[in-house]
Unconditional design. Structure first.
Length: 272
């Protein structure tokens, strides 16, 4: 099963400039997912983006997307992470930081990474470099005002849509783009199938160096999280922070953007 990939094509040829929608065939029995085969890995690597850690080590990196709050699930997730002593990264939007400042404060106070998911969640391949910077700066400033944290270095591209330009320019703005290697269709709040379903979907995809993408609006994820953590540890995995990845916060920034006009891009299909 392929996780939501959409490539801009001309006939049967994949456009080198995208837009791409990050996706892959799932990991099975600890094997790596098919990211190397999806036609965009060279762009990911070129721009220093993350989708796994060291695939020779049984480490796991737990990340959440928080576009909005749903029925207090994030508070329960934070309770579980605190109980299990697991670090995580929460990628938040402008809506989230405005609507849930106390939860954002709690994320910071309990030592979790707060990542940038943009102010209004646009397809970045369809907007200018200047608009991208505005989207990211507004989230960074709002989080700083709420938490006192001045730095924000990790970014999850909205909707998983990207191209070479968006990865390059956000890197120049000081961000490491963070994709994922484990995910499932968990974002539909009207199609929740129970904690056991979430547990099976996540644990069946575990592999060394996995970056887990979990949506915090899912009741299934919230109810299954403790069991997922316990099962991963039973299998010998250790939960690590994105900050533990070698060189991620020490990589020198790429050269500043040139004065040339922005590259025009075609609008890609939107993800769920």
């Amino acid at each position: 099963m392929c996780l939501g990939i959409s490539l801009a094509t001309s006939g049967n040829t994949v456009r080198a400039d995208g837009p791409f929608h990050f996706g892959f065939k799932k990991s099975v029995n600890g094997s790596l997912p098919s990211i190397n085969e999806e036609g965009f890995k060279d762009i990911i690597d070129k721009n220093g983006a993350i989708f796994t850690g060291d695939t020779t080590k049984k480490d796991i990196f737990l990340t959440f997307d928080n576009g909005y709050e749903n029925k207090g699930y994030t508070s329960k997730i934070l309770d579980t992470l605190k109980e299990k002593k697991v670090p995580a990264a929460f990628f938040i939007t402008g809506h989230y930081v405005k609507d849930q400042p106390e939860l954002v404060k709690r994320m910071a106070a309990e030592g979790h990474i707060i990542g940038n998911h943009s102010w209004s969640h646009p397809d970045m391949t369809t907007v200018s470099d200047e608009r991208i910077k505005e989207e990211l700066d507004k989230v960074k400033q709002a989080v700083s005002e709420v938490t006192g944290r001045k730095e924000m270095t990790f970014l999850r591209p909205p909707r998983g849509i990207f191209n070479d330009r968006t990865l390059s320019v956000t890197r120049q703005y000081g961000y490491t783009n963070v994709f994922w290697s484990v995910a499932y269709k968990d974002w539909d709040v009207n199609d929740q199938k129970g904690a056991d379903y979430a547990f099976r979907k996540v644990t069946s995809q575990l592999h060394p160096g996995a970056v887990l993408l979990i949506h915090a609006i899912s009741k299934d994820n919230t109810d299954a999280l403790g069991a997922i953590i316990d099962e991963a540890r039973r299998q010998g995995y250790t939960f690590k922070s994105l900050k533990d990845l070698p060189g991620q916060q020490k990589t020198p920034p790429a050269p500043k953007p040139s004065a040339e006009p922005n590259q025009k891009t075609q609008q890609g299909a939107l993800s769920n």
